[in-house]
Design a protein around this ligand. Structure first.
Ligand code: MIG
Length: 715
């Protein structure tokens, strides 16, 4: 088969761009580092007999394209697909795809990671996924082809070598990860071009960081954001007050309460239904005094409603999407609704300003952006819905996967303008969206399966540069049980974004919903989470700054260990904590694999030799936390909400190995700053190296531009 000429550009020694024709990336602007690679440092690019590209490093083939002719992929047997027959699905005839990027899978054991929020195990090989943001709330599982986010980044491991591929197009595309042909990984697109970035490096961490350098930097949230969030669709005023009161009186940590759609007046965004939440301003102020911030949900769709100011004002500037030149109307929560054209600066400015005013008026701390795939009730938006944009007309087929990003960007600007870090959460996203917002993974369900999935899901989001990510703890849809709720909180206790949320009509799942025992365990773990906040906050800093995932699969730190490449139920929280929770009903113990080195059980102090499996007891009130021997971890104590101004003492945990004299020390560089402004961008922060020696904590101030005085106490 003849292929068109392909060009290879070196962005730097780790990043190549390979293309026939470049995709237009203007809508999401990649952060291409300056091209400055010397000839000597270039990896060897060769051509296969048919002209496709192959790459050798140190004499070994690490990457090879494989031409895919247009009939390569077999047609789906749609006639046997009941969902297709019943009209739920469209036929997927891939033969017509204009663009077919084929990559050879070099070995049977090759693994494929990435692609953002899929409800699947870490290794995606053998599956097929479609990048088209969707909002289907039925039960997500590993064969579910699209979820809320389109993150076209994959990382492939072959033997000891690793590479990454990013497909930079917002149009719909399909990733066939060896489903139809086990030896070929394909990216198909009808509207995207033959054009991708290739990341090379010696380790998975190199690859992930190289990718991050292109799509980042991601958001760096407030320290408070890392506290506990409590949510439910939808708290009434009385419920919210009762909730905050209990948390305060019972020393149960809480930083945010979320208000879901019913606080609005008839689902009109930026309004408040004073019958549902009377004196909302007073409520927000009162909560703030108790350390609790309020986050309100905002949907993009605006009610088409004469006299409603948001509708009228945006209409005046022709700021809504159109179809054949006329206002495009679909149905969402408020009934007939129209979609803001966030691709236009004046429209963004409008929403930025009303968001700011709305938050100021009531004392709201953050915004939760939902339904921004964008979702609709009367069928999906047609591909030719128009977003007139600033410079050119953008049609929905190109805009769709970026809509959530442009909405989040708009919301985040309302904060940045005031020198505040954005407290914004999104459901829909494209590869570059973490620049503006934190995210959650939508409507999971109260199922053990979804608890198990939450770990690889958030680990994968972290590989893809979405560090501040989490799932609905306890499960959103369906009814949770006592045991599921407890195990879920235990398992997700180190998730960067920690929120308990549940759907209307489901069984309640607040900490006290299942009686005393549950409550006590819940409290114990929330308090544990809060102890670790100085550590987690520093991990977030390292993630933001260097692209190092904070919630990572074990292979990221132990890439030479075959055993860890498919461990889905253990997590590295930074480079020194391994968390192995119980994620199965009825289990009171589990197998824990510990990689090389010595590991200390955080709760008992017991030491383990790495490189093998252990069966560890984990009754209902416990989880497996193992710390690398010698590691230092900064903690705080006794806090039930996060206010950096009130944190004056850091407690230093040292994972002492009972078998040495305790002089092995893996120091930690604590990051500290005001926790809320953007001054860190100007270098106003502290880096404090913490070591342990001679039975005490030793401190070295590596950077002191914020100048926080902290006491350090060895535990
Ligand atoms: O159509 O606002 O994922 O978290 O509670 C459902 C109501 C709309 C979907 C979100 C969920 C939220 C719910 N929303």
């Amino acid at each position: 088969m003849k292929i068109k000429e392909r060009y290879v550009e070196f962005v730097n020694e780790n990043i190549l761009r390979i293309y026939e024709k470049k995709n237009d990336t203007s809508l999401f602007g990649l952060n291409e580092p300056e091209r400055n690679v010397t000839v000597e440092k270039r990896p060897a690019v060769g051509r296969n007999a048919d002209g496709s590209i192959c790459i050798r490093r140190n004499g070994v083939t690490v990457f090879s394209e494989k031409a895919v002719d247009k009939d390569h992929a077999p047609e789906e047997k749609v006639n046997f697909d009941i969902a297709f027959k019943e009209g739920h699905k469209k036929s997927d005839n891939r033969r017509s795809y204009k663009t077919r990027i084929g990559i050879a899978l070099l070995g049977e054991e090759d693994k494929i990671y990435g692609l953002g929020d899929k409800a699947a195990f870490l290794n995606r090989r053998g599956y097929e996924y479609v990048s088209k943001n969707s909002d289907d709330p039925t039960q997500h599982n590993e064969t579910y082809r699209s979820l809320y986010k389109s993150v076209n980044f994959i990382m492939v491991n072959h033997d000891r070598t690793w590479y990454g591929v990013f497909y930079p197009s917002s149009y719909e595309c399909t990733f066939d990860l060896g489903k139809h042909d086990p030896d070929i990984l394909c990216i198909y697109s009808d509207k995207g071009e033959y054009d991708y970035y290739l990341f090379l490096g010696d380790s998975p961490l190199d690859i992930v960081r190289a990718y991050y350098s292109l799509v980042g930097p991601g958001i760096f949230t407030t320290m408070k954001f890392m506290g506990y969030h409590q949510s439910r669709w939808s708290y009434t005023d009385a419920e919210a007050h009762e909730l905050v009161r209990r948390h305060a009186e019972e020393d149960l940590p809480l930083d945010f309460i979320h208000f879901d759609i019913d606080y609005m007046d008839g689902y009109r965004v930026y309004t408040v239904n004073e019958n549902y939440v009377p004196e909302f301003k007073k409520t927000c102020e009162e909560f703030k005094k108790q350390g609790v911030g309020v986050i309100t949900i905002i949907d993009p769709a605006v009610k088409k409603d004469k006299g409603y100011s948001v509708y009228e004002e945006v209409k005046k500037i022709r700021g809504f999407a159109t179809l054949k030149g006329k206002e495009y109307v679909n149905e969402v929560w408020p009934g007939d609704a129209v979609y803001p054209d966030y691709f236009r600066k004046d429209v963004r400015d409008y929403f930025k300003n009303i968001t700011k005013k709305f938050m100021e008026k009531y004392g709201i701390t953050g915004i939760w952006g939902d339904m921004n795939e964008p979702a609709s009730f009367k069928g999906p938006l047609p591909e030719d819905v128009e977003f007139p944009g600033d410079e050119r007309m953008i049609l929905h087929d190109e805009a769709h996967n970026l809509y959530g990003e442009y909405m989040s960007r708009t919301l985040s600007e309302s904060f940045r303008e005031e020198n505040k870090r954005p407290t914004v959460i999104t459901r829909a996203a494209f590869a570059t969206t973490a620049r503006y917002t934190a995210s959650w993974n939508g409507d999971n369900q109260s199922l053990w399966d979804h608890l198990r999935t939450s770990l690889p899901q958030v680990m994968t989001m972290n590989l893809c540069g979405f560090f501040m990510n989490g799932v609905d703890v306890g499960g959103f849809g369906n009814d949770t049980t006592k045991e599921l709720l407890i195990r879920w909180l235990e398992a997700d206790i180190f998730m960067p974004y920690l929120r308990n949320h549940s759907a209307l009509g489901t069984k309640r799942q607040e900490p006290w919903s299942f009686g005393c025992e549950t409550y006590e365990i819940y409290k114990k773990f929330l308090r544990l989470r809060y102890e670790f906040i100085p550590y987690l906050y520093t991990l977030q800093w390292q993630a933001y700054k260097y692209g190092t995932p904070m919630f990572a699969p074990l292979f990221l730190y132990y890439p030479g260990d075959e055993r860890v490449k498919e461990i889905n139920d253990e997590v590295m929280v930074g480079d020194r904590i391994l968390h192995a929770p119980v994620v199965d009903q009825g289990e009171k113990r589990r197998v824990v694999y510990l990689p090389e080195g010595r590991w200390i059980d955080y709760f008992t102090g017991k030491a383990y030799d790495g490189g093998r499996d252990y069966i560890v007891d984990m009754p209902i009130d416990s989880t497996g936390i193992f710390v690398k021997a010698g590691a230092v971890i900064p903690l705080m104590k006794g806090k039930t909400y996060v206010d950096p101004k009130e944190i004056n003492e850091i407690f230093v945990y040292h994972a002492k190995d009972p078998e040495d004299r305790g002089d092995i020390c893996l120091p930690f560089d604590l990051h500290w700053d005001d926790g809320e402004s953007l001054d860190y961008e100007k270098g106003v922060y502290d880096t404090i190296k913490i070591k342990v020696g001679n039975g005490k904590a030793e401190i070295e101030r590596l950077k002191n531009d914020f100048g926080k005085e902290l006491r350090f106490t060895l535990l």
